[in-house]
Design a protein around this ligand. Structure first.
Ligand code: SAH
Length: 373
């Protein structure tokens, strides 16, 4: 392939501002952006030519320089509890995963931002696979578009099936921030998916410069994967802590929340690992650490996967942890395990493989196996 050939414009990943400026380049007026975005995100057109009220001239120009690329679904698995997991093919040819979790009137879509992950958090199966590639903004939005379209028929009584989006699938969103920012903008835009800023959550293991940049560019909700009450333990579990320690991380988050105003809080994710970070002294330390920090806490009992040495704590110790925090005045939820019969629970995405050597070959294999199933 000629490397000098510019890639086509990925229409699904353009924020409204970007769409307006692309269209200005074609000599089109700003109102055209609304028209094109509605075709892409409300009516889910697959082909540029299907945008029938757009001039033939623009459609022809789009055909030459732009594309609608929604990642192809390779497989779909439905859990006993209604959770659904799709394996999709990314542009790089590798497999990514998207999970839909229905809960009453709520439907949460857990979206991937990268293929694999570089951060190597010790208990995460995605981390075990190393990093493969970044997703494009269009591939991130494409996961939502695919889910909405596929689920709409089934939930036809609702005007919206996906009510919440969390960037908690594979990857570290803030290490792919240039693609994540326009993607969340489309998710929150009424011309896109119109999901409230409170219900689109970007989750990070603690990439502090990314949080500082988010502050300038979005008002989406923020979650951080804390997992430990002190640097000594967090350095072990979440190695990026050695670069951006807890105090620095919490400062950046406090700043982010203050900037949002409206009493917005940060979600603290804390995966409970038996005998590692679930002890009485650790919950005491956590309560002191988070005193006066504007947050709600999500406890995630560890989800095991083949090859891991970590264990899920007993229900009693999860309960103790929660009760202690609630007693100290923290809003604290235990995230119930969903979809673990289809390996769709937190940290189980693209699991099963522990070899770190031939990454892309391995992802190809996962994709091909799934396609053959
Ligand atoms: N990289 C981002 C997005 C991943 S989100 C981040 O770290 O926030 C997925 C959440 O599930 C993170 O809090 C992650 O630490 C947690 N997690 C990963 N593996 C897990 C496992 N096996 N069991 C429970 N939680 C896990």
């Amino acid at each position: 392939m000629n490397q000098l050939t510019p890639e086509k414009i990925d229409l699904l990943g353009l924020s409204q501002a970007q769409m307006t400026s692309v269209l200005a380049g074609y000599g089109e007026k700003p109102y055209r952006a609304a028209q094109v975005m509605k075709w892409l995100h409300h009516r889910s057109v697959m082909k540029i030519d299907d945008m029938t009220d757009i001039s033939k001239k623009l459609r022809t120009e789009f055909e030459a320089g732009a594309e609608i690329h929604e990642p192809e679904v390779l497989s779909e698995k439905v859990s006993r509890d209604g959770t659904r997991k799709w394996l999709m093919r990314s542009r790089s040819g590798s497999a990514i995963e998207t999970v839909f979790i229905p809960e009453g009137n709520r439907g949460t879509l857990c979206v991937s931002s990268q293929v694999g992950c570089i951060l190597d958090c010790k208990f995460c199966s995605t981390g075990k696979q190393g990093f493969n590639s970044n997703l494009t903004a269009g591939e991130i939005v494409g996961q939502l578009r695919m889910a909405e379209r596929r689920l709409r028929a089934e939930f036809e009584d609702r005007n919206r099936v996906v009510t919440n989006v969390v960037l908690m699938g594979m990857g570290e969103p803030l290490l792919n921030i240039d693609q994540v920012i326009p993607a969340v903008s489309v998710m929150m835009d009424d011309l896109g998916y119109g999901i409230s800023k409170r219900k689109v959550t970007i989750s990070t293991a603690g990439v502090v410069p990314g949080i500082l940049r988010l502050k300038e560019t979005t008002d989406a909700s923020l979650a951080i994967s804390l997992h430990a009450p002190n640097d000594a333990l967090r350095d072990q579990l979440v190695p990026i802590n050695r670069k951006y320690p807890i105090a620095m991380l919490l400062d950046a988050c406090r700043d982010y929340a203050e900037n949002l105003g409206e009493k917005r809080t940060i979600t603290i994710e804390y995966t409970l690992l038996d005998g590692v970070n679930d002890q009485a002294e650790q919950v005491r330390e956590l309560a002191v650490l988070l005193k006066n920090f504007p947050c709600k806490i999500n406890l995630i009992p560890f989800n095991p996967y083949p090859g891991t040495t970590f264990k899920r704590p007993s229900a009693a110790s999860v309960r103790y942890f929660q009760d202690y925090l609630v007693g100290k005045g923290f809003s604290t939820m235990v995230r119930t395990t969903r979809g673990d019969d289809i390996d769709a629970a937190c940290g189980q995405l693209a699991g099963q493989v522990v070899d770190r050597t031939s990454r892309s070959a391995r992802y190809q294999r996962i994709a091909l196996q799934a396609a053959a199933e």
